[in-house]
Structures are given as structure tokens and as C-alpha cells.
Design a protein around this ligand. Structure first.
Ligand code: CA
Length: 515
């Protein structure tokens, strides 16, 4: 810890020292870039007017996200960017740089020390004691992964670190529940829960509702009783926090982590009418209004940066934490909301994990560019630190992510690197690809192994983006190859596997199950 602190101190002096010298020369301090990570909750790959596939879909015509279009025109669009299938594993990977198989926060968190009822009540599987308490910045927190959080490193290097919106990084009553313990200097509305009780200021964002306290959005008291939507309130507060950063003449890191478009699916009254007019059912119209409200926030932040004349030195990254919800709570037919992708949130199929991702970096990234390089959420950690110019940082955890900065500047990355997902858990709803599973993607090939019944799927994503044709029988040698790559990785990172409830026996690794 001491050596880490010293190295940051030295780094800080170096950064500040260089700035001072430059200031003396030309009166203007060159500054590390500001970084805005615009992170949407539960937004699907098709919930936008920006086409992320090689052709437009009816969803691209339905949803209106003009500011995402603007960001795509000014930056780079990633067509094969991945998160995990549910909230907390993704968020912990983002903040630690670790793959979920290693950090073991493999399902969503809320209550301290407790497995969710759908896990304890599972018919056939007994689940391991995964890290139900999320991440922790200090050693010794039980059932939590101890890690050096991304914002802590940024803060130690001189960044003003702002958290606005949903945190969902640690269970109630643990250090990780409070963003201020994770290296953020400002926390707007973030706590342990992964959804708001209400999006409405007129509802006090759910505060004061008996029995619903854990879901009530904290802070934001000045908006209580007013006619404001949560998406707007946390954006306005983020702008005030950026004002404070600019006043301090420090680069800032804004983690703009929207509660939208997670349930409860409530109408954002500023936008909902046009979707009713389009003939959508009530739920889908409300959902589309949540999406457009989120997009308005993006536009407001882009406008703010331009007005303050800092746009040229600000990087914006846009990402979502899992696929679009499709198994429950949506209008229309289940499992179709991310088409052409299969399934949605909670699924190992592409609809559960493939995300809309955009990056703008003036002067570095070619405007209006498209990148097909597959990458995964833990890659953001080393990338953001490299963007900030922070080198030789020390972390208590091994970092699995690989910086995608070369891709941003027109160079290539290793296209053969396998990507891994590990979900030895139960989410609740059912549907294609939903259930305890482990997955790898190697090149165009994707292999999924299901713990409940030992079944396997092999897809060629280049030829079959909808994962309609399971090729395990047709291409057994390819399936076997990927099962081995996946199993070797799970063993290497000591991933947790479920057991059979009746015999207590651990379920076989994918390569053991392959007969
Ligand atoms: Ca989510």
C-alpha cells in the first residue's frame, strides 16, 4: 500500500510539475484529457437509431437517439463490444479490470452475505458462495473481491472523480456500497441498489415509501416534489460537479451511470407521446421514452463540454452494462427485443451481452469510423488509465482486461484472443441462453456450456449472428477445441462451478463433459 501511495505521489508531482513548467512557458497548462464514461443500464444493442449491425433494423427506425448519432459521427462505433449478462458482474469488471470468473461477483448484488432466493431454491443446482457482497476497496471484507478501484487510481493521479447515478458495486452495509469509498470524490445518487424505486421527482424518487427504502434513490433532495425525471436530475447534478472540476483546474473523470433504462419502465413525459403516436403499446412507448431521455442527457453533456470550451480535450465513452431486457416486463413478444440478436438480459446469447459502444476522442479517433474488433468490459480499465496517461500503476488484483487504445488510433489488436463469460448462477426468468453457463468466443466461433443439463452450443457468429444453428454435432472438433480453451481458463482463474443438489458433486468442466 505504501509503495503504491508513493508511486502515485511521484506520478502526481510529475504531472503537476510538467503542467507548471508548461504554464510558465506559454501561460496555458496542458492537461490530461477529461474522461466521460457514459454508462447506460440494461440498454440493448438495437435500442438506438444508430445501426450497430451492418444493416438498419426496424428498431433503428423506432428509437430516436440523435445524440448517439452525433457521437457516432464524431467518434468510433464498436459493433462487437461485450459486457456480461447482468448488472453487478459487468460493473465490478469495469471497476477492477478483472474477468467475472476471477472476481466471483458473478450475479447481481444487494443484501449482505445472502444468496438470492432463486439461487437457494434452485431445483437441481447448488451454487457456490460467490462474492455476494460485491467489490471492496479494503482487505478482509467477507464475500467481496478486494481490488484497487479504477476511480481511486485516477484520483490519486490528480483527477477529480465524479459518480453520478447508479453504483450497484457492493451490498448494503459493506464498504463497496458507497462510491466515496471507491475513489470517487463526488457521489450523486449512487448506493447499493441496482434500480430506482421511482424515476419521478414528484414521487421523491421513491423516498418515504414504507418497505421500499432500499430502492429509494439517495440524495437529490432538492428535486423532491418537483416535476423532474431522474435521468434529468442526475445530468444537471453532473454538470454542477463538472463546474466544480473546471474551477479546480483539474482533469475530471465523470462516471455518468444512468439508472435508465432499467425497470421500473416509467414514462419520461418529455418524450413518451410521440411513441404512443407511433402505435406502440404502453410499456414499449414508456421504454422508448426512457431511451430518448438517456440520449438527451448525452446531448446535454456534449453541449456542456462545447460551451465550456473543453470538448477538444474530453474523451467520451458510451457503453451499456448488459443486453436489453426481453424475458420479462416488456411489451410484445418475449426474447425478440434485440433482434437480430437472440434473447436478452440474463442470457449468454448475443442479445444478453453485446452492447452499443461509442468512443469519441478529438484529434485521436477518426470521426465516423467503425470498428469490428471484439472487446469486453474489463478492457475499459486499462484503456481508461492509458488514456489518462497513467503508467506503472499498482493494483492489488490481477488485471485481465487488455487496453483497446491501439484500435482507437487505427492500429490492430490481437484478434484471436479468446473472450470469456462465467455465470454459475441463477437469474430467475427462462429463455434462450438463460441459466447457469460458461461461454467463450474465439474469432468468429462461440461456445456455450450449460451447467443445469450439460448441454452445449456452438455458433459461427459471422454466418449466424442470430445464433439459430447449433453446430456442436456438425463441427465436434471445433466444439471440443473451444471447450478445452474455456475449461483451461476456468481452472486457471479458479472459477467457481455449481454442484448437483442431490449428490453434492461438482458439475463437470465443459471439456470433461464433452464425450
Ligand atoms: Ca443492468
Amino acid at each position: 500500500m505504501v509503495s503504491r501511495f508513493l508511486s502515485f505521489l511521484v506520478l502526481g508531482f510529475l504531472i503537476l510539475g510538467c503542467r507548471d513548467k508548461a504554464s510558465q512557458k506559454n501561460g496555458k497548462a496542458p492537461q490530461a484529457p477529461n474522461i466521460v464514461l457514459f454508462f447506460v443500464d440494461d440498454m440493448g444493442w438495437q435500442d438506438t437509431s444508430v445501426p450497430f449491425w451492418d444493416k438498419r433494423t426496424p428498431y433503428n427506425d423506432l428509437y430516436q437517439t440523435p445524440n448517439m448519432e452525433r457521437l457516432a459521427q464524431e467518434g468510433m462505433k464498436f459493433t462487437q463490444a461485450y459486457s456480461t449478462a447482468v448488472c453487478s458482474p459487468t460493473r465490478v469488471s469495469l471497476m477492477t479490470g478483472m474477468n467475472a470468473a476471477r472476481h466471483r461477483v458473478t450475479n447481481w448484488t444487494l443484501h449482505k452475505d445472502k444468496l438470492q432466493p432463486m439461487e437457494t431454491n434452485h431445483k437441481t443446482l447448488k451454487f457456490s458462495e460467490w462474492n455476494v457482497n460485491g467489490m471492496s476497496p479494503v482487505a478482509g471484507t467477507e464475500k467481496a473481491v478486494h481490488a484497487t478501484p479504477l476511480p481511486q487510481i485516477l484520483k490519486d493521479a490528480g483527477y477529480y472523480t465524479i459518480h453520478s447515478g447508479k453504483a450497484h458495486l457492493g451490498a448494503i452495509g459493506t464498504p463497496g456500497e458507497n462510491p466515496l469509498n471507491l475513489g470517487f470524490e463526488v457521489n450523486i445518487a449512487g448506493h447499493a441498489a441496482g434500480a430506482p424505486q421511482s424515476y419521478l421527482g414528484s414521487d421523491y424518487f421513491g423516498n418515504g415509501k414504507k418497505g421500499k427504502e432500499i430502492w429509494a434513490v439517495p440524495g437529490l433532495e432538492k428535486y423532491h416534489g418537483t416535476d423532474i425525471f431522474l435521468t434529468e436530475a442526475i445530468t444537471q447534478e453532473a454538470k454542477l460537479a463538472m463546474d466544480a472540476a473546471l474551477g479546480k483546474d483539474r482533469p475530471f473523470f465523470l462516471y455518468m451511470a444512468h439508472y435508465a433504462v432499467h425497470t421500473p419502465i416509467m414514462a419520461d413525459s418529455r418524450f413518451v407521446q410521440k411513441y404512443y403516436d407511433k402505435g406502440l403499446d404502453s410499456t414499449e412507448a414508456k421504454y422508448a421514452s426512457l431511451v430518448e431521455g438517456m440520449d438527451k442527457s448525452l446531448g446535454d453533456i456534449m453541449d456542456y463540454l462545447e460551451d465550456k470550451n473543453v470538448s477538444d480535450n474530453t474523451i467520451i465513452l458510451f457503453m451499456s452494462d448488459n443486453g436489453g431486457l426481453s424475458a420479462v416486463a416488456r411489451g410484445g413478444e418475449k426474447h425478440t427485443h434485440n433482434k437480430p440478436l437472440s434473447s436478452g438480459k440474463g442470457s449468454a446469447r448475443e442479445g444478453g451481452i453485446r452492447e452499443p459502444m461509442l468512443v469519441k476522442w478529438p484529434g485521436k479517433i477518426e470521426p465516423n469510423s467503425v470498428e469490428d474488433q471484439p472487446l469486453i468490459i474489463e478492457d475499459f480499465y486499462p484503456t481508461i488509465l492509458e488514456m489518462a496517461g497513467i503508467e506503472n500503476y499498482e493494483t492489488v488484483q490481477p488485471v485481465d482486461g487488455v487496453s483497446f487504445l491501439p484500435v482507437l488510433t487505427g492500429k490492430s489488436m490481437d484478434g484471436t484472443r479468446p473472450l470469456f463469460w462465467h455465470y454459475p448462477n441463477e437469474w430467475g426468468p427462462s429463455g434462450p441462453g438463460i441459466g447457469a453457463s460458461s461461454t467463450t468466443r474465439v474469432g468468429d466461433w462461440k461456445f456455450i456450456y450449460y451447467y443445469n443439463d450439460g448441454s452445449m452450443e456452438l455458433f459461427n457468429l459471422r454466418e449466424d449472428i442470430g445464433e439459430t444453428k447449433n453446430l456442436v454435432v456438425e463441427r465436434p472438433e471445433k466444439a471440443k477445441e473451444l471447450a478445452k480453451i474455456l475449461s483451461d481458463y476456468l481452472r486457471k482463474v479458479e472459477a467457481q462451478l455449481p454442484s448437483r443438489k442431490d449428490t453434492g458433486e461438482q458439475i463437470a468442466y465443459p471439456d470433461e463433459a464433452f464425450q
